[in-house]
Write a protein that binds this ligand. Structure first.
Ligand SMILES: C[S@@+](CC[C@H](N)C(=O)[O-])C[C@H]1O[C@@H](n2cnc3c(N)ncnc32)[C@H](O)[C@@H]1O
Length: 354
């Protein structure tokens, strides 16, 4: 049940018959007389409009009259958290430009990136962000994500515990923000793939992480099986935990290098969510059972996009006696100066033997 709003005595309000309420409200608003800290209230056939002062115009044509100290519900206004953060920073004597302008929220953990020359007040800034944004923990993203296992470099600034559960698109992802990466933001892509996978299809995710792609596919599509390969034991631990959390029954986690653990000749879809995907194209084609779709990511020099990408995929397909039937490429985002994170969805078909 919705909690009833708190009431207080307004200084004064104007009571007006319902049929005249809209016209009077418009007039009062234009004269900036409406008290916005209180809500208007219906009472039988009348409406009570809280006002900051008695109007100078005649209320007679509206058949309205002034009531002193009526009891009206208080309007609970949501303050802009950015404004509140700025005020608290100023109160703590911290110049606003030393604090990050944005934040990332993963479950109840906030991730902050500081402008170059991280300030000594970082812990105080973190406390202000954490308190205003009602987080449990605030960490600093020190230098991004590293190595083939995509391990983050974060520092705890405020609060305790970096383990959390992030909910996105109805999927629950348990993870430790300090130990495994989470790439928020490509929700549309994850859900989009899940919605294109046909009932009964088999999917192999070669770089599953904690289940970024595998979980939405397993939960939302009616795939027969989603095999999820993951090399990093820490990410694998959360992948297994997330299968349990989401009560998924068609997701099979496989610990190890996808070159060794991906099942051959089973897949209708292969997901390659790793920047080094190009080194694993052979694995992807060996995993397909026939015609199928490969979702491919890579870092690509901007001036080579999309030609290098399409050429690479066509060459790999031919090496496995397949043809590219359709390819859709797009730039996910700019990764570094001159380098783009690009993505391709490629439909491949078996070449007909003469
Ligand atoms: C970039 S993360 C997953 C990102 C995710 N697809 C996304 O878009 O957010 C890639 C994962 O692949 C794993 N990985 C790297 N090399 C692997 C390999 N040879 N076999 C299986 N998993 C691998 C890493 O440990 C990491 O968890």
């Amino acid at each position: 049940m919705k909690p009833s709003p708190p009431f207080a005595e307004a200084l004064r309000a104007i009571a007006v018959p319902r049929e005249n309420a809209e016209a009077l409200l418009r007039k009062l608003l234009s004269e900036r007389l409406v008290d916005r800290t209180m809500k208007t209230e219906k009472r039988d056939d009348e409406v009570l409009i809280p006002v900051r002062a008695a109007p100078a115009f005649d209320l007679g044509p509206f058949r309205a009259w002034i009531e002193d100290r009526p009891s009206l519900p208080i309007r609970v206004t949501q303050r802009d958290p950015r404004q509140e953060i700025r005020e608290r920073l100023r109160a703590a004597g911290i110049p606003v430009e030393r604090a990050p302008r944005r934040w990332e929220r993963i479950g109840d953990v906030l991730v902050l990136r500081f402008p170059p020359g991280e300030p000594r007040e970082a812990p105080t800034i973190a406390k202000i962000f954490g308190t205003v944004l009602r987080a449990r923990t605030v960490v600093q993203d020190v230098s991004g994500i590293h190595g083939p296992l995509r391990v983050p470099d974060v520092r705890l600034l405020w609060g305790n515990g970096t383990e959390t559960v992030h909910v996105e698109g109805g999927i629950r992802y348990a993870l430790d923000v300090a130990r495994v990466m989470f790439s928020s933001g490509n929700l549309a892509e994850r859900i989009g793939i899940a919605d294109r996978v046909r009932p009964g299809a088999v999917v192999v995710d070669l770089f599953a992480g904690i289940g970024y792609f595998s979980l939405p596919i397993a939960v939302r599509s009616r795939a027969e099986t989603v095999y999820a390969c993951e090399l990093n034991p820490m990410s694998f631990r959360y992948l297994v935990e997330n299968i349990r959390l989401n009560r998924t029954t068609n997701l099979v986690p496989l610990l190890g290098d996808c070159r060794h653990v991906a099942p051959p000749r089973v897949a209708d879809w292969v997901i390659m969510g790793h920047f080094d995907s190009r080194e694993y194209l052979d694995v992807a084609f060996q995993t397909l059972r026939g015609n199928g779709t490969i979702v491919y990511h890579e870092l690509c020099p901007k001036e080579q996009y999309p030609d290098a990408l399409t050429r690479r995929l066509a060459t790999a397909a031919r090496a496995h006696w397949m043809d590219v039937r359709a390819i859709h490429t797009r730039i996910v985002k700019s990764y570094a100066p001159g380098i783009v994170h690009s993505r391709a969805e490629v439909e491949v078909t078996r070449q007909s033997r003469p």
